[in-house]
Design a protein around this ligand. Structure first.
Ligand code: SF4
Length: 296
């Protein structure tokens, strides 16, 4: 079993970029929210992952999220009366052998104590659903729905965690096990579900009324799906699509050093990223030293 970090990429790996016979990167045939977001964060990282196809193994945090997603997906496929914490626990137990046997999990090389801690973190994320909603009250239309549409000329592909019906229309939901954003960063995070809303509208002709991120155990970050919101999200997607095409044409994928370099799996291949990591670490050490001086 391979636990996909980005399910949309796993639908058809040939859809992502690759090197042509002339050695130049070929533009991708389609774009997922994760691919777009990787390029927006750092074009060079996008090249490493989607053109060179270097491994980007999920760390423990991502795998905890994947496990929680799997359990919640199965839970929400049950009738409403069978969406209790006990049901979720049963599903988690049934899925655990599959998850703990997958290559990505084995690659983490966790000892017994760490594996126990992993299960607890996953369970805390799963039961965090009841902190933010009553799952038995959700009218589920679909789970893990694959969407494949053209948005403003961009072949877009994704997997929507959950589509539900509410009295005023459809709602698009995506589970998140990471930390919820502050108000300042929420609009950027909502781009993904707005794109799903645009895709569902294009596929079904029914425009969702709301798109939301379910930050398990924390809060729901949501937005109304208006014409302007959809247009903004699709414009951003289109701009990223064209920027990727330009970068492939010129084979120029600039690095974008920043805080994410600390977690980049390709840092060893990237002098700018290494310099940034050293710079940030020296900055932290200097700050700690001045704090110690102040305290003394
Ligand atoms: S180390 Fe930083 S700059 Fe280099 S590829 Fe990774 S994210 Fe980009």
């Amino acid at each position: 079993m391979q636990l996909a970090f980005d399910p949309a990429d796993m639908l058809d790996p040939a859809g992502v970029g690759a090197v042509g016979d002339d050695g130049r990167p070929r533009p991708p045939r389609r774009l997922s929210p994760s691919g777009a977001s990787t390029f927006e964060q750092c074009p060079r990282r996008w090249r490493f992952r989607y053109v060179d196809r270097l491994p980007d193994p999920p760390g423990p945090e991502a795998l905890v999220g994947t496990f929680a997603h799997l359990v919640l997906e199965r839970l929400m496929q049950q009738p409403p009366s069978r969406r209790t914490k006990d049901d979720a626990r049963r599903i988690a137990r049934a899925l655990w052998p599959e998850v703990s046997g997958c290559d990505d999990f084995r690659d983490l090389e966790l000892d017994d104590e760490q594996a126990h801690e992993f299960r607890w973190r996953a369970w805390r994320a799963i039961e965090g659903l009841w902190d933010i909603e009553d799952p038995s009250g959700v009218d589920v239309r679909s789970t893990e729905q694959q969407v494949s549409v053209t948005l403003d000329g961009v072949p877009f592909r994704g997997v929507v965690d959950r589509v539900e019906s509410e009295p005023d229309g459809l709602v698009i939901s995506d589970y998140k096990s990471g930390r919820a954003p502050t108000a300042r960063y929420a609009p950027g995070r909502l781009q993904q579900v707005l794109l799903y809303a645009a895709a569902i509208a294009a596929e079904t002709g029914e425009q969702p009324v709301r798109a939301q991120l379910l930050y398990l155990g924390q809060k729901i970050v949501s937005t109304e799906v208006t014409h302007d919101e959809l247009e903004g999200a699709v414009e951003q997607l289109s701009s990223t699509w064209h920027a990727i095409a330009d970068a492939c044409h010129t084979d120029d994928f600039s690095p974008n050093p920043g805080p994410l370099c600390d977690y980049c799996p390709y840092a060893e291949l990237c002098p700018e990223g290494q310099a940034e990591t050293v710079r940030r670490s020296e900055l932290r050490a200097a700050e700690e030293e001045s704090l110690l001086k102040l305290a003394g």
